[in-house]
Design a protein around this ligand. Structure first.
Ligand SMILES: O=C(O)CCC(=O)C(=O)O
Ligand SMILES: [Fe+2]
Length: 181
């Protein structure tokens, strides 16, 4: 697991650097701010459910990080929202899925979009996935690049707190719209 974490962490950092360079931004931003102690791995097991597809293994959401590197098994169930439609991601065990998170959307000033995704339970089989989350330290300030920013500056700690407060109060994450200028 340690070895896997190291490989996906290097991959996430490299991909983030490439995307930053494309924006004309400092690629070191991620190495400097996404400390290993802030990044984490989530291993998920989704039990099968006879009344699928009406049951979510994971509710629709966007990730609150910069980038998620996901590995899923052969069962399937991950779906992405594209142009208002849920699209199934073909399960391919030999591939990794890269999901842009909220922080990258804010930092890139909406050039890269945080994709809404969900997991639908399978009728007959349980499913496993491993997700690596590229996160900065709580003090890291996220500032939109480009001339006219869509979002105000915020720290990752502030963003997490706001997400937690919203979920506690309403049961739902509001996310980036809270930080619109
Ligand atoms: O299990 C999956 O395919 C998705 C996991 C996920 O979206 C998450 O943990 O945030
Ligand atoms: Fe997710």
């Amino acid at each position: 697991m340690k070895q896997y974490a190291k490989i996906v962490s290097n991959l996430a950092e490299k991909l983030a650097e490439i995307l930053a360079e494309k924006l004309g931004q400092k690629p070191e931003f991620f190495k400097e701010n996404c400390l290993p102690s802030m990044c984490y791995i989530r291993m998920s097991r989704y039990p099968f459910c006879p009344i699928s597809p009406h049951v979510f293994g994971l509710m629709p959401h966007t990730d609150s990080d910069f980038m998620t590197i996901l590995h899923q098994d052969h069962i399937g169930g991950l779906q992405l929202l594209k142009n208002g439609k849920w699209i199934a991601v073909k399960p391919k065990q030999e591939t990794l899925i890269v999901i842009i998170g909220d922080l990258f959307q804010a930092w890139s000033n909406d050039v890269y979009k945080s994709v809404e995704h969900r997991v639908v339970a399978n009728k007959h089989f349980e499913r496993y996935s491993i997700a690596y989350f590229l996160c900065p330290s709580n003090e890291t300030v996220i500032e939109s690049c480009g001339e006219s920013s869509t979002y105000r500056r915020f720290s990752f700690g502030e963003f997490r707190q706001q997400v937690q407060d919203d979920v506690k109060r309403s049961g739902h994450k509001v996310g980036l719209p809270r930080f619109l200028l």
